[in-house]
Design a protein around this ligand. Sequence first.
Ligand SMILES: [Zn+2]
Length: 322
Amino acid sequence: MTEGVNPNKLTNPPKLPVDSLDSTKLNNKSRSGLEIAREPSFDSRGGEVINTATRNLQSADSKGPLTFDSSFDFPNLGKIEICKKMNNDGSVTFYLRNNIPIPVEVRFDLKVNNMPVPKTIIATPKKPGEKKEALTEAFTIRGNYSYKSVFSLGNPSNQHDNKTLYTLPFKKGQSYECSQGEHGKETHKDDNEFAIDFNMPEGTEFTAMRDGVVIAIKQDSNKGGKNIGAEYSNFIWILHNDGSIAKYVHMKHKGAKVKVGKEVKAGDVIGISGSTGRASGPHLHVQVDVPKGSKGSDLISIPFKDKNGKSMSIEEGKTYSN
Ligand SMILES: [Zn+2]
């Protein structure tokens, strides 16, 4: 979660009185962004219409009279922009333009005429592999305004589909030892607590554990070692259809065998293993996260399957065959 600040004001506020939004609708924190997005609602007291609807638009609509307001970059993934359109009646409609194939939860600490009207909007994800960004209409307001915005990857309602079992990340007929398991003493703590390391020589082709779409690749690093920062790790991220993301880390320099946007099946070769980033030696690190917006990220124990398709757990020090 990161914060971007963009206080903003209309230079010529309209003279019409500004409606006060129904605070029971907008200040109730138990309402998630998704619920707000579910149905349009209109507040027309005082002769003004303030649209608090959230709706997805065709990306073609993003061309035209939208003005850029602020943006936030998610490294290696893309960016999300807050745009606005001045309407003829003096109101302003805000939009979220998302070029990331993952939903982004945007929390607006919004004030209209100094009255807090917090809003949480889920920006529709872009279709993976397509260039066109997705556009979400956020809300329409009238009057002086200012806002702070917080951007978080994912949607709080995302849940991992626990019925799907994962294939070991290497080719059929091969065997590798698990050199660090879940809750491993070396580095598998905190955000990495359910990660698995396979002791795999540099140059080994590794494979997708589950069907999905490639959404991020870093392969420009050629640095690795015990004292090298994690930011030097090359990686491939694959998005699954339940919103979870598999991360394959320490890939060799220029080791990707796929491109962003490529649809892959479990078992497809996706890259060449290495030891880039913070690694005491060549190995493949895999983990699966479920980004849940402002609720953070669910980390899951990867439900692997054995050769016979049966569920199995992976233990440090044991060797597994595909
Ligand atoms: Zn690891």
